[in-house]
Design a protein around this ligand. Sequence first.
Ligand SMILES: Cc1cc2nc3c(=O)[nH]c(=O)nc-3n(C[C@H](O)[C@H](O)[C@H](O)COP(=O)(O)O)c2cc1C
Length: 186
Amino acid sequence: MKKITTNLDNFQYFYPYTVNIVGAQSGEQINYMACAWHSALSFDPPLFGVLISKKRLTHQIISQAREFTVNFIGFDQVKLSAQMGRISGHDKDKIKECQVELAPAKIIRSPILAQAYVCLENRLIDVRPYGDHDLFVGEVLAVHEDEGCFDLNGALDAAKIQPLLYLGSDLYITIAPESLKHVLPD
Ligand SMILES: Cc1cc2nc3c(=O)[nH]c(=O)nc-3n(C[C@H](O)[C@H](O)[C@H](O)COP(=O)(O)O)c2cc1C
């Protein structure tokens, strides 16, 4: 296909992104937001990073709480992503007004989301600015997953979980399980 050189703002168009719902509890205040910029950072110790703009209430809450949970949701939870990603806790109590099902975490105080298929409990160990976003690095203290959604080798069972994928501009899609291939180098 012919390449066109486009403007620099398009650097982030390496879609699809997987979407998680990240947030924390600080005092009595609980807030979560949709997050597409995230990554596992290290196996040992297990570290996970999320990039959060200073404008987000979630930035403030995680900074205060010094912990956060990361909650990966399926395509059936697409509405939750739109709510948590297009409404700010600065304007509305999203936990009260949206269909967020909180569940107690095992180790930290901040809740996990019951409707997520994988939840990570993290202790905040570092925050670093990168331009207009800050990288929040968490040490993963506990992992919760829906029973049976990974096979014995740790691969996601595509027949059971349809991960939520983001294509930009409020467009979402999911995987096509019939495209599954097990591929090894020759
Ligand atoms: C699919 C999706 C992914 C998003 N990913 C990020 C992200 O990685 N980092 C970020 O700072 N904002 C991201 N946002 C924007 C925030 O989720 C949004 O501004 C949210 O309303 C912030 O809520 P808060 O102010 O309650 O924290 C994303 C929005 C959507 C819809």
